[in-house]
Design a protein around this ligand. Structure first.
Ligand code: A3P
Length: 346
């Protein structure tokens, strides 16, 4: 009896021991495989070209982000740049405008995509004659380091309204993709005014009321000489661009929807840029204090846009608002017709 119990106990111990050793061997083998994977299969080679890059793992993403972050801070060595085949690339897409349309939010949100790298500053290469005279290599050097298969994007909203820019961009790359983010034109004009007003107030300067600038006091008509009004006549500016680029090379982003429900707008841009859909609801969370969506890159890193984005607008005389809306109406219709994107602007 005792002998039988001892045999059973020994058998149990043997099975448990085998299981423990088996698990241990499995773990060792797995860790070994992971370690070996790194040099055999360098991260950048696993990033397929845009359109094909369908499986970019979370580990890859985090690794890539931290490396590029170090680069941005100027901490990466020449050796790392060489090792990872990093390059400064001319943009393959540009957010050309419109000022106060949500250009910063769009750029930052697109930067959530693992295949996108943003130029953090507005470069003003094509709209500033002095910068333009510095040449294309100066422009390229302003671009962030990226993996060869990533897309660099820059934004300079002044491009949209500056006469010389379409031809200059065309000369750099005639097949570049162009993004335009628009808001309801009167709201955009008020936002534009608010930004200038804030600048004046900061310098303790007085400034006219919006109504005085937007309406010509002699004729009581809309003052088309006022820049904030002119910028909102989207179709006029777009027509200049269409002398150089076919309409298919433009994508219109709804700036009003980017504020209230950004994800569908971002998914449309991903499609336009031939990128696999990677930005998800996880990356965007509504911050009630800010009253806007903020960005979540991963479990530790999230951010909202600066306080200069999302200012409180001054109250505008409803009669002036109505007049402006009536004024913009025919231009809006033309804009819808040309772009194929219709908005419910009044
Ligand atoms: P307001 O300040 O009028 O609200 P731009 O970056 O082109 O200057 O545009 C600024 C506008 O971006 C802001 O205009 C704001 O409404 C809009 N915006 C869109 N999404 C935003 C976000 N997630 N956070 C802050 N502002 C956002």
């Amino acid at each position: 009896m005792l002998f039988k119990q001892q045999v059973l106990l020994r058998q149990k111990l043997f099975v448990l021991g085998s299981l423990a050793i088996g698990s241990l061997l499995y773990l060792v083998a797995r860790v070994g495989t992971l370690d070996r994977l790194q040099p055999i299969c360098p991260i950048e080679n696993r990033l397929a070209p845009p359109g094909l890059a369908d499986q970019i793992s979370l580990r890859t993403l985090q690794y890539k982000r931290s490396l590029l972050h170090e680069l941005r801070k100027g901490n990466a060595t020449k050796e790392q740049i060489r090792l990872h085949n990093l390059v400064q690339q001319l943009p393959r897409a540009i957010i050309i405008g419109v000022r106060k349309g949500g250009t910063r939010a769009l750029l930052e949100m697109l930067n959530l995509h693992p295949a996108v790298v943003k130029a953090s500053q507005e470069i003003h290469f094509f709209d500033n004659d002095q910068n333009y005279a510095r040449g294309i290599d100066w422009y390229r050097e302003k671009m962030p380091f990226s993996f060869p298969h990533q897309i660099t994007i820059e934004k300079s909203p002044a491009y949209f309204i500056t006469e010389e820019v379409p031809e200059r961009i065309f000369k750099m790359n005639s097949s570049i993709k162009l993004l335009i983010i628009v808001r309801e034109p009167t709201t955009r004009a008020v936002s534009d005014y608010t930004q200038v007003l804030e600048g004046k107030e900061r310098k303790n300067k007085t400034y006219h009321k919006f109504e005085k600038l937007a309406i010509d006091t002699n004729t009581c008509e809309v003052n088309t000489k006022y820049k904030a009004v002119r910028t909102s006549i989207y179709t006029k500016h777009l027509e200049r661009w269409l002398k150089y680029f076919p309409v298919e090379q433009f994508h219109i982003v709804d700036g009003d929807r980017l504020i209230t429900d950004p994800l569908p707008e971002l998914q449309l841009v991903e499609r336009f840029l031939n990128l696999p859909s990677r930005i998800s609801q996880y990356n965007l969370y509504f911050n009630a204090t800010r009253g806007f969506y903020c960005l979540r890159f991963n479990i530790v890193f999230s951010k909202c846009l600066a306080g200069s984005k999302g200012r409180t607008h001054p109250e505008v005389d409803p009669a002036v608002v109505a007049k402006l809306r009536k004024f913009f109406h025919p231009f809006n219709q033309k804009f819808y017709q040309i772009t194929g994107r219709t908005f419910s602007w009044p």
